[in-house]
Ligand binder design. Structure first.
Ligand SMILES: [Cu+2]
Length: 292
């Protein structure tokens, strides 16, 4: 049994590492995604030998105590009462595995970050001191992205440069949402009035999906869009072109801020300006403010 187990476990672990591991979600488009993939693979590589050990023993039991082999019915007896070495080996083995994985997971979380939102004052920050700031603004039922370093322009697609540390500042205009850029390994709650920061460093070109991951109303299921990671030069071209294309719209937006008040005319600092009124009267809620 020991030999069968050792050989089978080694073969399955090696096959897994070569054939499956590199394809495990969320992939490797960013350092946090890659780190999550690595963590999953470590857990699975440790779980596989345990699973195979159980299967080998099951196979042994089915073969040895099968009915067609005859013999007395298994009615218990000294050998059914316990086997101290096996018990000690099982308990100490599983204890060591679980505690080691606990330490592993905690260290990974601290060193690599989890790609999760860390609130307005992140505890674990990346080594890059000059990250690209992208503000993610959720609202029923779409995401938009504001780039403070490009005139505060706001786009409907998330475009990022390759090989760059990005700090996502996630907020909401209305109800609770959740920014889940799956292949980027980033997932952060979007709450109104909150600036939730998450980090990731891009390392692969390609497109990715963004989904809302917090039930936020009728069209929650339709609240997704796509993004793309471009080479640095292509991103620079896109950013400057888009900034000038959107300039006419950008001037209607409020000045860049970490959070916005959502209503059209209820509070100053609103995301929807009330001094310039691009909306019809039916879209103005509450008492209309006197225009200046
Ligand atoms: Cu949502």
């Amino acid at each position: 049994m020991l030999v069968i187990w050792l050989v089978a476990a080694a073969v399955v672990d090696i096959v897994y590492a070569l054939a499956v591991g590199p394809h495990v979600p969320p992939g490797a488009m960013t350092d946090t995604a890659h780190s999550a993939q690595f963590d999953f693979n470590v857990l699975i590589e440790i779980a596989l030998p345990v699973m195979i050990g159980v299967w080998v023993y099951l196979g042994y039991a089915i073969w040895t105590w099968r009915a067609s082999r005859g013999g007395p019915d298994p009615v218990g007896g000294p050998s059914a009462r316990g086997h101290l070495p096996a018990q000690i080996a099982w308990i100490s083995g599983t204890t060591v595995i679980v505690l080691a994985l606990f330490v592993f997971g905690t260290v990974q979380l601290t060193v690599a970050g989890a790609g999760g939102g860390e609130g307005p004052t992140p505890l674990w920050t990346p080594s890059s001191h000059n990250p690209l700031v992208v503000q993610v603004i959720a609202q029923q039922w779409k995401f938009t992205y504001r780039y403070p370093s490009f005139g505060g322009m706001e786009t409907t697609q998330l475009v990022l440069p390759d090989d760059t540390t990005v700090s996502f500042h996630v907020t909401s205009l209305d109800v609770i949402h959740d920014f889940w850029a799956y292949q980027l390994g980033v997932k952060a709650d979007a709450n109104p009035g909150q600036d939730n920061v998450a980090f990731a460093t891009t390392q692969q070109l390609g497109s990715f999906t963004v989904r809302c991951d917090e039930l936020c109303g009728l069209w929650h299921g339709a609240m997704y869009n796509t993004g793309v990671i471009l080479p640095k030069s292509a991103f620079a071209t896109w950013a400057s072109t888009t900034e000038s294309q959107l300039a006419a719209n950008t001037k209607f937006l409020p000045p860049f801020a970490w959070t916005y008040t959502p209503d059209a005319n209820g509070a100053d600092g609103g995301f929807y300006p009330d001094t310039v009124d691009p909306y019809s009267n039916v879209e103005v809620y509450g008492a209309q403010k006197v225009k200046t």
